[in-house]
Design a protein around this ligand. Sequence first.
Ligand SMILES: Nc1ncnc2c1ncn2[C@@H]1O[C@H](COP(=O)(O)OP(=O)(O)OP(=O)(O)O)[C@@H](O)[C@H]1O
Ligand SMILES: [Mg+2]
Length: 486
Amino acid sequence: MATILIIDDDPQICEILETFIHREGHRPFSRQTLTEGLRQLEKAPFDLVFLDVGLPDGSGLELVRHIRSSQGRPEVVIITGTGDADGAEMAIKNGAWDYLQKPFHLKEIILTLTRALQYRENLKASSAKAPPFNSRGIIGSSPVIHDCLATLAHASQNSANILITGETGTGKELFARAVHKNSARKENAFIVVDCAALPETLKESALFGHEKGAFTGADKRSEGLVKQAHGGTLFLDEVGELAPSLQKVFLRVLQEKCFRPVGGDTELKSNFRLVAATHQNLDQMVTEGSFRSDLLYRLRTVAIELPPLRLHAEDIQELILYHTGKICQNFHREPKGFSPDFFQMLCGYHWPGNIRELVHTLEGAISKAGHEPILFPMHLPNTIRVHVARANLKGPTSVTEAPPAIQLCTPLPPRLKSLPSRETVLIDADRTYLRHLMQVTRGNIKESCRISGLGRTRLYALMKKYKISRLGWTTPEHSELEAPVT
Ligand SMILES: Nc1ncnc2c1ncn2[C@@H]1O[C@H](COP(=O)(O)OP(=O)(O)OP(=O)(O)O)[C@@H](O)[C@H]1O
Ligand SMILES: [Mg+2]
């Protein structure tokens, strides 16, 4: 029996849906405003939420992401009287299961409900059977990163080709490496081919190798990257840059898994798994005629679209804590604490260079702070401070042309008048802070007290309250890349 929430301001719709859901053997609840709906989601986990768009206190569409991240991570089905293509696209991109337009047939609703619940059951059953997935330094608990990781975890269990897309610095290579490390091929090579950097004259021989004497300067036989990837993974980075002649050759290599070295007369075999990545829109390139459609379909057996950081701003804080800890270790510095406005500043920026830009910014700040124990906004580059200051200015004095800054780490849209209770937010913040404090200090209580300013007794009391153990962080053999169980 599943638990289902209906958020719709039309009491009649609520009543009809409740009756049918009940008849299907599930437990329905209904709420008529977003505020009440969110409150209900805080109280108990739900399996599915039917969500209206035009609600008295805001648009349901803006909250799909937030609802998907609530406890139970429910599926969301949009039910709207005013369907439009952009709304449907936004809903699906934000993780909605389906987008239905009113008036709908109840059959349609029940079919959607049954499929969504079946999907959840399948997911539960397969994740119970699947070997544990090591997310190797991939940070983020937002639903969108969670969904990308779920796709990655499934794909790592087979050898299907994967295409990872996303803006620069969103983690394409990190994800590609994670799929290799979680696959049966992990003991073999992970070979990176940067298609944008292949030297024009040598690209065929770099990829496929050459025989001795194949061209001037080929004074000995060489094995190409494709052969080196035998038994492992071949990562074609910036695949949109692959020249048309090589696209044709690669199509054949993917089909036959064999290739001919330059100057060779026999074909060689290589059993590799292909992962490709690009920041370009390959569909558009196909339309424009600069990328082969048959190659794109082969590359994209599994598609992973990594979101820009501004679309999962709720992960910024966690990313800061993780990377600061890592950078301090690399720089042989003591772990740093943070002034609250340091977080605010970083969460208020729009990060056009995504996570890579965030990491570089933190490196710069830590280097600038030297041996000072606390990071302040003063340690950040002026470009970021000026941007955030401008974006925070309201009214006619604001002259920024850059995209609006992200609201302080909260995914809730400003239109929503009622936020989760202050107490809930503070408890969440405390829990996250303590977990990361343990991560940064590797469970060192003395260090944790120093950074947090908490006394030992108060720290222990809070850890007990939130059931946070220091043990997961202290084991020496524990990989820094794995998330410990708290
Ligand atoms: N989810 C994540 N959690 C932690 N760190 C991340 C995450 N995503 C990216 N990073 C970090 O951001 C930096 C850039 O990541 P990566 O090189 O994988 O991005 P990319 O998409 O391949 O970028 P580009 O398009 O510029 O090549 C790396 O330092 C990586 O560790
Ligand atoms: Mg890259």
